[in-house]
Design a protein around this ligand. Structure first.
Ligand code: KG4
Ligand code: ZN
Length: 346
């Protein structure tokens, strides 16, 4: 007989955030995220340090998640965890923990593809600003620190990549530019913060010309680097005096690059349901521009699903919901699975 209530614990450890969440059916009971502040001063994630901190944080996060969810651990039906892609050390720590947890409690194991989880986070109850689930098929723009992809989603586990970055991901480019401007890692939120009071038309940066639905952010990043270096030669205080405008102009250009590709994808596929996902989709200018153009373009209107901020950056809830959707389809995994760092096809 089908169980009416399914409780899943989701474990995320693919990069620097330790995320553990407990969901009951599609409702989030707890969503604990422990950020690793140590990477700030290094300007990026140091894999060895991230692995050690996941090792320290995971047990704490699991205890907190169970406590906040107000359940007993023997009520958990299955454990899901990120198998890849991501940093191999951090993934191995999460995998070992999840396997032990599953063996200790005698419950099934569910492995999750991190990118798929970003997309499927929209199936958490009330996960997006529309407060409803996107209907299939839809196009998902996944914009994170590790990836930039346009994915055609035909069904929960039938996804097809239509375009991807040929070099840097959008988050990576933002983090590198932010570092040059003197910000800590992760730089995306800092660029957003300083954009607020800036003039986004003050500086013009060239947009990459990439065919089809692919992206390239390395050229854009170099363009910004060259421009700032040139200006610094003329005026050593250039960054300080123009910080707000530089950030606002960068943010606006990136939002436009993403929007233009998605508009192209809508024309090519005829699908006009757009689902934003990944850490960079927390950005308010990107959210604003997509919302505005979804409503205000004659003959080119589209429906856009904007994720709630808590489900944009890495979190355990997106791993738990993906686990739940796999559980419902009996897509269980063996204890012998091993993590992978590079993206594999879905
Ligand atoms: O999805 P995510 O948490 O991790 C990966 O799967 O990579 O994304 C992290 C990325 C980082 O590059 C970070 O700078 C960026 O998301 N990010 C933002 C914002 N919040 C996080 N970028 C722009 N604006 C934000 N508010
Ligand atoms: Zn992610």
């Amino acid at each position: 007989m089908k169980k009416e209530t399914i409780i899943i614990i989701g474990i995320e450890s693919s990069c620097d955030d330790t995320g553990v969440s407990i969901i009951r059916n599609r409702n989030v009971l707890s969503n604990i995220i422990i950020h690793q502040e140590i990477h700030k001063k290094y300007g990026g994630v140091v894999p060895e340090l991230a692995s050690r901190l996941h090792d320290i944080n995971l047990a704490k996060a699991v205890q907190q998640a169970i406590f906040s969810a107000k359940i007993n651990q023997d009520q958990i039906d299955a454990v899901s965890f990120t198998l890849g892609p991501g940093l191999i050390g951090p993934l191995l720590v999460g995998a070992s923990f999840a396997k032990s947890f599953s063996m200790g409690l005698g419950i099934p194991l569910l492995t999750v593809n991190h990118i798929q989880a970003h997309v499927l986070s929209h199936f958490i109850q009330d996960a997006n600003l529309n407060n409803c689930y996107p209907k299939f098929p839809f196009l998902s723009l996944v914009i994170s620190g590790g990836h930039t992809q346009i994915i055609k989603v035909n069904d929960f586990f039938q996804m097809e990549i239509l375009g991807a970055t040929l070099d840097d991901s959008v988050g990576e480019a933002l983090d590198k530019i932010a570092r040059m401007l003197g910000f800590y890692y992760p730089g995306g939120p800092m660029i957003e913060y300083f954009s607020k009071n800036g003039n986004d038309k003050k500086f013009i940066f060239s947009k990459p010309r990439v065919s089809g639905l692919n992206f390239s952010f390395s050229g854009f990043k170099s363009d910004v680097f060259q421009f700032i270096k040139k200006e610094l030669k003329k005026n050593t205080l250039f960054i300080k005096q123009n910080l707000y405008d530089i950030c606002a102009s960068i943010q606006k250009t990136i939002a436009e690059i993403l929007l233009e590709k998605v508009q192209k994808a809508i024309i090519i596929t005829g699908i006009s349901r757009i689902v934003l996902a990944g850490g960079v989709s927390a950005n308010s200018e990107i959210r604003k521009i997509f919302l505005y153009f979804s409503k205000n373009q004659k003959n080119k209107k589209f429906e856009v699903f904007i994720p709630k901020k808590e489900y944009t950056t890495d979190n355990g809830a997106m791993i738990a919901i993906t686990g739940l959707l796999k559980y419902e389809r009996n897509l269980f995994d063996s204890i012998h699975v091993t993590p992978y760092s590079k993206f594999k096809k879905f």
